[in-house]
Design a protein around this ligand. Structure first.
Ligand SMILES: Cc1cc2nc3c(=O)[nH]c(=O)nc-3n(C[C@H](O)[C@H](O)[C@H](O)COP(=O)(O)OP(=O)(O)OC[C@H]3O[C@@H](n4cnc5c(N)ncnc54)[C@H](O)[C@@H]3O)c2cc1C
Length: 543
């Protein structure tokens, strides 16, 4: 019998499993899909000579995450690669805002380059943002990624800033990115970089907290670059699995869990789709969405009535449509420096970004989709043959489409016609900044919301962050006000996925927090965790 069962082998599930195995627990990970990794997987499905990341690609959060760093994955084969330039935001007129990793800049710091390109005295303002980051990192990273409330990191930040500084920080953290840009910058470049970063989540340029999110992503890029695993996203997953197995942990794929077995308010194990029951002596950790866990894997009869209302109000983040391409040559950007960036943001100006995000938030499918574009061969030359490019782009779409503002009458059925029409729309957006792009396409693959979900059940409606990143569902309010963090109303059951604090991204912090909660509970009252006797709620074969 396992000490702990982890449902799902996304990065959070695998980090949790590793920490439990480090503590000497016997861990069994049950994964529904035929391959591990959740939204950290790559394949050669577009073209056998091209590696394509199916979902996540750039992993600054993994590099910055104390939980993942402590695993020493280099020993298990993980190597990072970086593009010469972290991020580019080209404009249709050929200007281009760019972000470099500290020390990689060949022609001066970001602020000066932005000033040269966009005019206005922006170098000093950009430098102030960088200094704010330098002063607070790593306490800020700890405060964000460790369990809430971040007592030690919070005290360290308070000691540095004192009252006036703290009030100023509080204001900064609440600012919409549009307002920050108005206050700080004379030119358009810096605001565009930050607003594009905020749109990695579902944060409109006018939304509270969007400046801080954009700043976090940009400053992580400045510090660490936005690195990618050499050989594809699966290389990160493979290192996590190798490490787990080296400590006696076990991973079984093709094992969807259908039920968490609960008796007298305590999780005893799980039942898989084949009817087998797997018992867990000490804990069950769910790297599943919160809506799949509560009222799904755990029946409402085991849960407080108020949770049903709260889960009913749980807000998913925007849906996603992603296109993967095998390109015959490098992307013909009008702004040549975009060709050196791993990530390129495609939107003409801050108003276009704002209009797009507002349309998605109000159920209207944009005619001009803001797109995040990944140049994977630029970031890691092992991804495709020399002279070609393995590329992707994704855009957010409404969870429910009320109207299509484009010409295709897309309804959200996402059948083949709608998927191809949306992919064409994304390609037209790329063409605005890189005329001739479509002539380079040798093959493409379209991942619509239902396709994404079929590959990872946590990606509900194509949501990629495990729920909205808006303040009303963050920190002590995530996933719901009554069940913040990894603890659940069921003893020995923990929520380990991005639906818990601190949310989406490949940082493993949700899994680490859940593992620590399970270990602490066991340390506090080991007697409650002696091998369980008695039967589970329904009959079936045991493993
Ligand atoms: C298109 C896309 C692009 C992204 N880009 C980035 C990026 O560049 N950088 C970044 O940091 N983040 C990115 N993200 C977000 C990031 O990938 C996720 O936030 C992260 O993977 C969440 O990890 P997780 O472990 O919580 O869940 P997931 O990675 O979703 O893994 C959950 C796993 O649990 C399994 N599972 C679910 N239910 C069951 C069940 N009942 N039984 C058994 N197994 C089950 C699933 O099959 C899956 O393998 C992206 C996400 C997407 C979708």
């Amino acid at each position: 019998m396992a000490d702990a069962i982890v449902i799902g082998s996304g990065p959070n599930g695998l980090v949790a499993a590793n920490l439990l195995a480090d503590a000497g627990w016997h861990v069994l990970v049950l994964e529904a899909q035929s391959a591990p990794g959740g939204a950290v997987r790559s394949d050669r499905g577009v073209d056998p000579e091209f590696v394509s990341d199916l979902f996540s690609s750039f992993h600054p959060l993994a590099v910055a995450s104390p939980a993942i760093r402590a695993l020493g994955l280099g020993e298990f084969g993980l190597r990072w690669s970086r593009a010469p330039l972290v991020l580019a935001h080209p404009l249709p007129d050929g200007r281009c805002a760019a972000l470099y990793r500290d020390g990689d800049g060949v022609d001066g710091p970001d602020g000066e380059r932005l000033e040269r390109m966009f005019g206005g005295p922006d170098a000093r303002a950009w430098q102030r943002l960088a200094e704010r980051w330098d002063e607070l990192e790593p306490h800020l990273v700890d405060a964000l990624l460790k369990p809430f409330p971040p007592v030690r990191a919070g005290a360290a930040i308070a000691a540095r800033l004192r009252t006036a500084g703290l009030l100023d920080l509080a204001r900064f953290l609440a600012l919409p990115v549009r307002r920050l840009a108005e206050e700080e910058f004379a030119g358009d470049g810096p605001g565009l970089l930050l607003a594009g970063c905020a749109l990695h989540a579902d944060l409109l340029p006018e939304a509270a907290g969007s400046a801080a999110f954009g700043w976090l992503m940009a400053m992580l890029g400045r510090r660490h670059g936005w690195p990618v695993p050499v050989g594809g996203a699966s290389a990160l997953t493979a290192a996590l699995v190798r490490r787990l197995e080296s400590r006696g942990g076990e991973l079984r794929c093709g094992q969807p869990v259908r039920e968490v077995l609960v008796r007298d308010g305590t999780a005893l194990g799980v039942r898989t789709a084949d009817g087998c029951r797997h018992r867990a002596r000490r804990a069950v950790l769910a790297d599943t969405s919160v809506t799949a866990l509560y009222g799904g894997l755990v029946g409402w009869e085991h849960l407080p009535g108020s949770l049903r209302r709260d889960v009913g109000r749980f807000q998913w983040d925007f849906g996603t449509v992603k296109v993967d391409w095998a390109l015959r040559g490098p992307v013909p950007w009008s702004a040549p420096s975009a060709g050196r960036a791993g990530t390129v943001h495609l939107g003409a100006d801050l108003d276009e970004l704002g209009d797009y995000a507002h349309q998605v938030a109000t159920g209207r499918l944009p005619a001009r989709p803001f797109a995040l574009f990944g140049q994977m061969t630029v970031a890691d030359p092992s991804r495709s043959p020399r002279g070609t490019e393995s590329a992707w782009a994704y855009t957010h779409v409404p969870q429910r489409i009320a109207a299509d503002l484009g010409p295709d009458g897309i309804t959200g059925r996402w059948d083949e016609r709608e998927g191809e029409a949306m992919a064409d729309r994304i390609e037209r957006q790329v063409e605005r900044f890189a005329p001739g792009f479509r002539d380079l396409v040798a093959a493409r693959r379209v991942l619509t919301p239902p396709v994404l979900r079929s590959l990872d059940d946590n990606l509900v409606g194509g949501a990629l962050n495990g729920g909205t990143a808006a303040p009303h569902q963050q920190l002590f309010l995530r996933p719901t006000p009554g069940t913040a963090g990894p603890r659940t109303p069921v003893a020995r059951l923990y929520l380990a996925s991005a639906s818990a604090h601190p949310g989406g991204g490949v940082h493993g912090a949700c899994g680490a927090n859940a593992a620590r909660a399970a270990l602490n509970a066991h340390r506090r009252s080991p007697a409650r965790f002696l091998p369980v006797g008695g039967s589970s709620t329904r009959r079936g074969p045991h493993r």
